[in-house]
Design a protein around this ligand. Structure first.
Ligand code: IPE
Ligand code: IPE
Ligand code: MG
Length: 486
């Protein structure tokens, strides 16, 4: 099963701000769920939040948080009457709808709210106007009965299905003169559109059952859909027969849950390291020079970078040149160094566009001044990016340990020793792949691969296929990494 992350997904700015504000408080009351997400609500409960359905339940003078969905003015008045200290996390987009509805009503217009009448957001908007009609479908819009009215004002629940809002407006425009600001918020619209574009055979929407925008994402999909709000629910999904699963999440779903769910679904290694071997033999088999094998190998690496991005692999380390490779004929070594410099130059745009951080591990002092300059330029340019591509050039596992030992001051532990390695912040490789049928480590990541899983394939590096890569990942996903435990 291929698991594809749908972008954009998840937390919108409004929810993000509401949650951040709420997390800074403890032992307070909150009117309704802050956002419709059980993970967030549980987290707040752990901070001593008490959730109430009415302000009557809040003792006078206490602090109360208004949820992101907004409240009607009578709730605000009641809070004032009871001398409650209000922390308002209403989403700015919802607040805008309130203002628009109020302005329309002020002009004497009948206000129609497109949305789900049971939803607290819609209740808040209706409260703003005093009296408003709510329609949730084109059929309801057909049946709307406003005796003697020719002109109406229309606003919308911010997370409604943008397509449905359009259809309802069409009906209303046919029947009335409509002034309208009815618009779904950009975050909801973008997430819905991304789901509509997805053409795989199933979609998993991560979010709670009571989250309106989450349910909406299920509704707009054109394939089979699943919904899960917790890891337990993710673990019990029956995904048999699904080949391409898209994963998205509602605007109130925490990203850490999304990451954990995707990780579980894929069991994808965070860090893959590859010993790219067999370029020379590939070339010789074809009657070409070894250098041509290296060029074909560089092209393959380009493809593999794309495969890693698609599968959410965060770190890719490749063994490009070992400390022992210097003993090869001068012509081959020179050709390789030139190839590295050319690649770094020509890949610069791709790295920036794809937000890939480039870094080198190995003995920098062995490189020519011009190659080192290229390396350092690209490292600096991409330093703030999240995904990482790490090239091992003039690298040896023993050299790395010796270089570290020579810098160590005083006694060390395994953890403090790590600080002296070439890339101490990079997690150890989960999976090491070696191509070309050789069953050895050849001095690669000796310290870091202590508990890595290995995958060997006979394919020569330029022939390494996406299917073979997936076989390696599948093999990895099935393994039980005990790491010395039971
Ligand atoms: C790996 O391919 C690339 C480098 C070491 C730079 P080889 O050059 O080792 O290819 P084979 O093993 O001789 O086929
Ligand atoms: C390991 O391959 C080094 C790289 C892939 C860069 P080698 O081809 O140099 O290793 P041996 O000689 O087969 O052990
Ligand atoms: Mg080799």
């Amino acid at each position: 099963m291929k698991v594809e992350i749908i972008e954009p997904h998840g937390l919108c700015a409004g929810v993000n701000a509401a949650v951040a504000k709420a997390l800074s408080l403890k032992n307070v009351y909150c009117l309704h769920e802050l956002v419709h997400n059980e993970i967030v609500v549980d987290e707040l409960k752990a901070l001593g939040y008490r959730f109430v359905d009415s302000l009557e339940e809040v003792p006078e003078g206490e602090r109360v948080v208004f949820s992101a969905h907004g409240v009607s003015p009578d709730v605000r008045r009641l809070a004032e009457k009871r001398s409650l200290k209000v922390v308002d996390t209403t989403c700015p987009f919802v607040a805008k709808v309130h203002r628009a509805a109020k302005a329309f009503a002020g002009k004497g217009l009948d206000v129609v709210v497109i949305g789900d009448g049971r939803h607290v957001e819609v209740k808040g908007i209706v409260g703003e106007v005093g009296k408003a009609s709510v329609v949730g479908s084109a059929e309801e819009a057909e049946k709307l009965h406003l005796p003697g009215k020719t002109e109406i004002a229309v606003v919308s629940q911010t997370t409604f299905d943008a397509g449905e809002v359009g259809r309802i407006l069409e009906v209303l425009r046919r029947r009335y003169r409509v002034v309208s600001t009815a618009e779904v918020c950009t975050a909801s619209k973008d997430r819905q559109e991304a789901v509509r574009r997805f053409d795989g055979d199933a979609l998993l929407v991560l979010g709670s059952a009571n989250s309106s925008n989450t349910r909406r994402l299920c509704e707009v999909a054109s394939c089979r859909t699943f919904r899960a709000g917790t890891m337990d629910e993710v673990r019990s999904l029956d995904l048999r027969g699904v080949e391409r699963l898209g994963v998205t999440s509602g605007a109130s779903t925490p990203e850490r849950f999304f990451d954990e769910a995707v990780k579980f679904l894929r069991n994808v290694p965070r860090h893959v390291a590859i010993i790219m071997d067999g370029n020379g033999r590939w070339a010789t088999e074809r009657g070409k020079k070894r250098g041509e094998g290296h060029i074909a190998g560089a092209k393959k690496l380009d493809e593999v970078l794309g495969w890693c991005a698609e599968r959410g692999i965060r770190y890719l380390t490749v063994y490009a040149f070992s400390t022992e490779n210097w003993k090869r004929p001068r012509e081959e070594v020179d050709g390789l160094m030139k190839l590295f410099a050319r690649m770094l130059k020509s890949k610069t745009g791709d790295f920036v566009r794809n937000r890939v951080r480039f870094r080198m591990i190995g003995r920098r002092g062995d490189l020519s001044r011009s190659l080192l300059k290229e390396v350092e330029r690209l490292e600096k340019l991409t330093a703030s990016f999240e995904r990482e591509f790490i090239a091992a050039i003039s690298y040896g596992g023993r050299a790395e340990i010796i270089d570290a030992v020579n810098r160590v001051k005083g006694p060390v532990t395994e953890e403090t020793f790590r600080e002296y390695l070439y890339a101490p912040d990079v997690p150890d490789p989960d999976l090491v792949i070696r191509t070309s049928g050789e069953l050895r480590v050849s001095n690669f990541l000796l310290w870091e691969s202590a508990y890595s899983e290995y995958y060997f394939t006979d394919a020569l590096w330029p022939d390494f296929s996406e299917a073979e890569f997936d076989r390696a990942l599948e093999s990895y996903a099935r393994r039980n990494r005990r790491k010395g435990g039971v």
